[in-house]
Ligand binder design. Structure first.
Ligand SMILES: NC(=O)c1ccc[n+]([C@@H]2O[C@H](COP(=O)([O-])OP(=O)(O)OC[C@H]3O[C@@H](n4cnc5c(N)ncnc54)[C@H](OP(=O)(O)O)[C@@H]3O)[C@@H](O)[C@H]2O)c1
Length: 329
């Protein structure tokens, strides 16, 4: 039988979006325990840019020091099971699923993706493939940044620094769903967008620094950490927690060192989101159920065909995206 082929985004070296090409390659064969999914939609994440460029250099410890270990790119998958390997019992061809390929070699920007059975969770029928494709990386990180919402309720004040990108809009909506009063921080041109997500207050970072005076917060999720840990600690109410999901290398180092030391003083906790579990099935199921119930509405800015993945990555890198960029097959 003739070997099946598919279109896939590929690269041989670290570099800019121009280094990507659309190749025709063999469709992967599911090995025992694996599931082959026909990708219907994917979405772009900040991590795709890190894996594309190999920066910061620390990233290469996971992706290959001199050149990328995997030619593929892309983490989020929503699609339909095409075939299953020996021993797979949970899935059958035709099942609609979503999953995160972070631990399984990337390659979501392709017509097919193959990963172990445990990667996948069921997509509710009423959730579109495009909506489902926004959830695996960004929404899971948002939910984990809020620690599942266990300590957040109607009396909580939550601030999201970086509320207008991939992760922030999910943090805003989830914190609202948990009952909190929510403040989003973003640039001037995206204030209306963050308001439209349901934020109670929006701070334009070009005019105001939330760390200097003003209200204090019970929980801060920061996707763009910069500057002083003492300053973010001052922005917390007693018992409050600051969680840095990402930021400059200096800020990450400060969160690990100064943040830990400040937290030892007690009262307020300042530090990195170290409990990230990419593609956690329980979290993906919970988020998909929230979309199904209408309590979470993925904010999709633009859609791109597979061949235009480089344009999507440039748009994100240029800081233009309001919410998610979806790749449709
Ligand atoms: N901890 C982990 O385990 C883990 C795992 C995966 C990813 N990550 C990290 O999580 C983060 C995810 O971010 P993302 O995908 O949401 O990024 P993104 O889509 O690029 O969004 C960046 C956000 O930061 C805002 N921003 C830019 N400059 C700012 C400033 N000076 N002050 C305040 N906000 C500013 C942007 O606002 P405007 O666009 O309005 O300027 C935007 O809302 C990344 O840092 C990634 O590395 C962490």
């Amino acid at each position: 039988m003739a070997e099946r082929t598919m279109l896939a985004i590929r690269r041989d070296a670290y570099g800019e979006p121009e280094t990507l090409r659309l190749d025709e390659v063999p469709v992967p064969q599911p090995k025992p325990g694996e599931v082959l999914v026909r990708v219907r939609a994917s979405s772009v994440n900040r991590a795709d840019i890190d894996y594309l460029t190999g920066t910061p250099l620390l990233t290469r410890m996971g992706t290959g020091m001199r050149s990328p270990r995997n030619q593929g790119l892309g983490l989020d998958v929503a699609g339909v099971v095409d075939a299953v390997g020996a021993g797979v019992t949970r899935w059958a061809p035709g099942d609609e699923v979503l999953g995160d390929l972070t631990l399984y070699g990337y390659g979501a920007f392709a017509e097919y993706a193959c990963a172990p059975e445990r990667t996948w969770v069921r997509k509710p029928a009423t959730v579109s493939f495009e909506e489902a494709a926004t959830l695996p990386q960004s929404a899971v990180l948002a939910l984990q940044g809020l620690r599942g919402g266990q300590q957040i309720g109607p009396d909580s004040r939550v601030l999201v620094n970086g509320a207008s990108g991939n992760v922030g809009p999910f943090v805003v909506q989830l914190a609202k769903a948990f009952g909190a009063e929510v403040t989003g921080v973003c640039s001037t041109s995206k204030v209306d967008f963050v308001q439209s997500l349901g934020a109670d207050h929006v701070i334009d970072y070009s005019r105001e620094d939330y760390r200097r005076g003003g209200p204090r917060y019970d929980w801060i999720v920061d996707v763009m950490g910069k500057g002083s840990m003492a300053a973010v600690r001052r922005a917390l109410r007693p018992g409050g927690r600051y969680v840095m999901a990402g930021g400059s290398t200096g800020a990450i180092f400060a969160a690990l060192t100064v943040g830990s030391a400040l937290s030892l003083a007690g009262g307020r906790t300042v530090g990195l989101l170290l409990w990230w579990k990419p593609g956690n099935p329980a979290d993906m199921e919970r988020l998909a159920a929230m979309v199904e119930a209408g309590t979470l509405r993925p904010a999709i800015d633009r859609r791109y065909p597979l061949a235009e993945v480089p344009d999507a990555l440039r748009y994100l890198a240029d800081g233009k995206a309001r919410g998610k960029l979806v790749i449709t097959m």
